[in-house]
Design a protein around this ligand. Structure first.
Ligand code: TRP
Length: 377
């Protein structure tokens, strides 16, 4: 269980404590998303996605540069991914929804990497078939979100390695042990698969350039915990004659407990896309809120939406500007009680899940259609 006073830890394998996003931006050396940059995006997208407006995507590297190139007629590719170690949660799909918006607005191709190798190497208890099975399961969630199959290529590492390997060894040759040890905190006891793996995660950032023989800019939308990978990837880019990949970073979606991000390893506080609507409802009804001890007190003093996990779900996924503004007002003013708010969210989540699960069923025979095939280039 995480508490709000716990020290902040953000690595590709662990996120805990109270997250201070300003501090992360400084520590990682990334740029905040400014109003000017939002205007530059709006020029191309018409409207801004709520995730931008609300700064759920809050920091970047070279996004202004990507837009400049785009304005000069140079298209970029998108790259994101997932480590398939379990079922997909509503938290995971937040950046995927945003990635689809970028694909739609910019007509951009997407490489989506499923890192079954990474999860096999990291989890002692995994046999290789486990992450492979999750990779297939997780890809159904991606496909269900409506990505365009002509523009979306799923890379499944163990299956696509024949195409990745040439580029992976070129990258690996230019990444030193001392760099990856320092960046990722590897120890003497770390298995050597993990030491090589950062080269594999770097590959999709250069894949389009490598396969087409001309430099293509790449933009990576992802939660900020993946940033160490992009730092080492950006380091080797000029050594290989490629553009450095740009990034746009999002916040972590909190779990239904007190503090901490939604995590598949705490199933009672995570909503899975495959949860039955009844199970999801039950989890939401026992969620942590920012409410007061008694109804009387809450009517008098109001509640606190900023620490409330129910409010967070509406904020990250379900409400538009007007609705969220109203909810905030009513929550602070003590006009709405937590039970009511939970029931409302549960209804929205159950509706979403029913639709999503229908689309997910239909995705089952479309996996091959999305799987990366170098002949498509
Ligand atoms: N390492 C990521 C994870 O464990 C998976 C991943 C691979 C990824 N490539 C990516 C995530 C690109 C975001 C963007 O989840």
């Amino acid at each position: 269980m995480t508490t709000n006073n716990e020290e902040m830890v953000v690595t590709p394998w662990e996120v805990r404590g109270k997250i201070d996003y300003d501090k992360l931006t400084k520590e990682f050396g990334t740029q905040p998303i400014t109003p000017e940059l939002l205007e530059q995006i709006r020029k191309h997208t018409g409207q801004l996605h709520p995730q931008l407006e609300r700064r759920i995507f809050f920091s970047h590297r070279d996004l202004d540069w990507i837009l400049q190139r785009y304005e000069m007629g140079e298209k970029f590719v998108l790259y994101t991914g997932r480590g398939p170690s379990g079922p997909v949660t509503l938290g995971h799909i937040v950046p995927w929804i945003f990635t689809k918006y970028l694909q739609d607005k910019f007509g951009a191709k997407l490489y989506f990497q499923l890192t079954d190798d990474e999860k096999f190497l990291y989890h002692d208890e995994f046999s290789i078939s486990e992450p492979q099975r999750w990779a297939y399961e997780n890809s159904l969630d991606l496909i269900a979100l409506g990505f365009d199959h002509r523009l979306t290529k799923i890379i499944l590492d163990t299956k696509s390695i024949g195409v990745l390997y040439n580029l992976a060894i070129q990258i690996a040759k230019r990444m030193t042990y001392s760099t990856v040890r320092a960046v990722f905190g590897f120890q003497d006891s770390t298995n050597i698969g993990m030491l090589f793996y950062p080269a594999i995660q770097a590959v999709p950032a250069f894949l389009e350039s490598y396969l087409t023989g001309k430099n293509v800019p790449c933009l990576i939308p992802a939660a900020i915990d993946q940033d160490p990978y992009w730092r080492v990837t950006r380091d080797v880019a000029p050594k290989l004659g490629y553009y450095k990949p740009a990034q746009i970073h999002c916040r972590f979606v909190p779990g239904l407990g007190r503090g901490g991000k939604m995590s598949a390893s705490m199933p009672e506080t995570a909503i899975f896309t495959v949860d039955s609507p009844q199970v999801a409802q039950k989890k939401i009804l026992s969620a942590f809120t920012g409410g007061r001890a008694t109804v009387e007190e809450q009517r008098r003093l109001g509640a606190n939406p900023d620490i409330c996990s129910v409010f967070a779900y509406d904020y990250f996924l379900f409400m538009d500007e007007k609705e969220i503004g109203n909810l905030r007002y009513n929550c602070l003013g003590g006009n709405i009680m937590c039970g009511e708010c939970k029931l409302d969210l549960a209804e929205r989540v159950m509706k979403f899940l029913a639709k999503h699960q229908e689309k997910r069923e239909k995705a089952k025979d479309r996996f091959e259609e999305f799987l990366f095939n170098p002949k498509d280039i």
